[in-house]
Write a protein that binds this ligand. Structure first.
Ligand SMILES: Cc1ncc(COP(=O)(O)O)c(C=O)c1O
Length: 375
């Protein structure tokens, strides 16, 4: 059976992108964000590829995501970015040797209820201006006192998250970095500031640890720089097929609401992918797809199982031809803009109807990379 819609995940591309990140931040250790099923790429295969390439830690949002990796026997340290929300989770996090990001005093209370012998590994998250999670910067002395009270607790480091790292003209990123550094002046422990945009756009954010997500999946986090210019390779290619090709006269409307009206007699193709697969209904007329190596525009509203495209640029196209929605030849970042969203949301929005195929890196390539990193 040929799958209707296939997401091909190039694990060697993810390993390559990790090397690009290491090149940008050679003195930093790398905690790779593999939350949300590795941004829709498949948490276990992605984590295995990153582990084989020597990543220093993995970051997930919650305990369920960490357990999936533990059950797959990943050995790399795993951090819970949102920390724990109950006594049971706190106990399980210790048992599974997870690193807990602690962002609020109620979480400290949960951890203090653990037996004194608990070997806890934690990060303290500080709010330097994002105003989502994190302790106020003024709480640093209290947090240092907490650590003194618990000699068994191992501090992995201090984390903050940048609100505007993808805006090169914003002065808020230097402000956040300065606030974070000032609050921690004279305080021991590694620092971690940068997500992908921070790593690429803000050298001063490349501290002891960096936390890339999007860049590892081959996308540029900065609107004005392409992934190709950064040397990043797209990891996900999403493909379907043409299942109908028809000619319509000028003035004929296509699909629901007749949202596209043919300006002349022209071929229209029907592609087997819709919003039930994760193709956003918000995609505008003109959203590009690739058929026969050419860009072809969306013509008409996205429906549950299908989209319609203007085939004038590829008059030879026929039923069965492959259609690329994003990936190798078409950046997901660009496509996302046609739905007013970001590549993050496209990736995470793929549904269980999509067939996933993970291309394993060749053993020779892994060997070459390990040698390069002197391991
Ligand atoms: C705390 C934290 N660090 C790092 C990341 C990775 O961000 P990005 O995918 O933009 O590199 C995220 C993602 O949302 C995050 O929440």
């Amino acid at each position: 059976m040929i799958p209707r819609v296939t997401a091909t995940i190039d694990l060697a591309a993810i390993q390559h992108n990790l090397r690009v990140v290491r090149g940008l931040a050679p003195r930093s250790r790398v905690m790779a964000a593999v939350k949300a099923d590795a941004y829709g790429h498949g948490a276990v295969p992605v984590a295995r590829a990153l582990e084989a390439a020597g990543v220093d830690a993995l970051a997930v949002a919650c305990l369920e995501e960490a357990m999936e990796l533990r059950q797959a026997h990943l050995l790399t340290p795993i951090a819970l970015l949102e920390g724990v929300i109950s006594h049971e989770e706190a106990a399980l996090a210790v048992y599974e040797r997870l690193q807990v990001v602690v962002h609020d005093h109620w979480q400290i209370a949960l951890l203090e209820a653990l037996p004194d012998s608990a070997q806890l590994s934690l990060w303290f998250k500080l709010d330097s201006g994002m105003h989502r999670l994190g302790f106020p910067l003024a709480d640093v002395p209290r947090l240092v006192a907490v650590l003194r009270r618990h000699p068994n607790w191992k501090l992995e480091g201090w984390i903050t998250h940048l609100a505007c790292a993808d805006e090169p003209d914003s002065d808020f990123t230097p402000t956040q970095i300065a606030r974070f550094n000032d609050a921690l002046a004279g305080v021991a422990g590694p620092r971690s500031i940068a997500n992908s945009a921070g790593i690429i756009g803000w050298p001063q954010a490349r501290t002891d640890w960096v936390r890339p997500g999007l860049a590892l999946y081959g996308c540029s986090p900065l609107p004005q720089v392409t992934a190709a210019a950064l040397g990043l390779k797209p990891a996900m290619t999403l493909e379907s097929r043409l299942i109908a090709v028809r000619e319509y006269a000028a003035g004929e409307g296509i699909g629901y609401g007749r949202r596209y009206v043919c300006p002349e007699r022209m071929p229209i193709g029907v592609v087997a992918i819709g919003y039930a697969d994760g193709m956003h209904r918000a995609f505008a007329n003109g959203t590009p797809v690739i058929i026969g190596g050419r860009r072809v525009p969306l013509a008409g509203r996205v429906s549950m199982d299908m989209i319609t495209v203007d085939l004038r640029a590829v008059p030879q196209a026929e039923v069965g031809d492959a259609v690329q929605l994003w990936g190798r030849d078409l950046a997901a970042e660009e496509v996302a803009g046609y739905a007013g969203t970001l590549a993050y949301e496209l990736f995470c929005g793929l549904t269980q109807r999509v067939h996933f195929r993970h291309l394993e890196p060749t053993a020779a390539a892994v060997e070459a990379r390990s040698t390069q990193r002197g391991r």
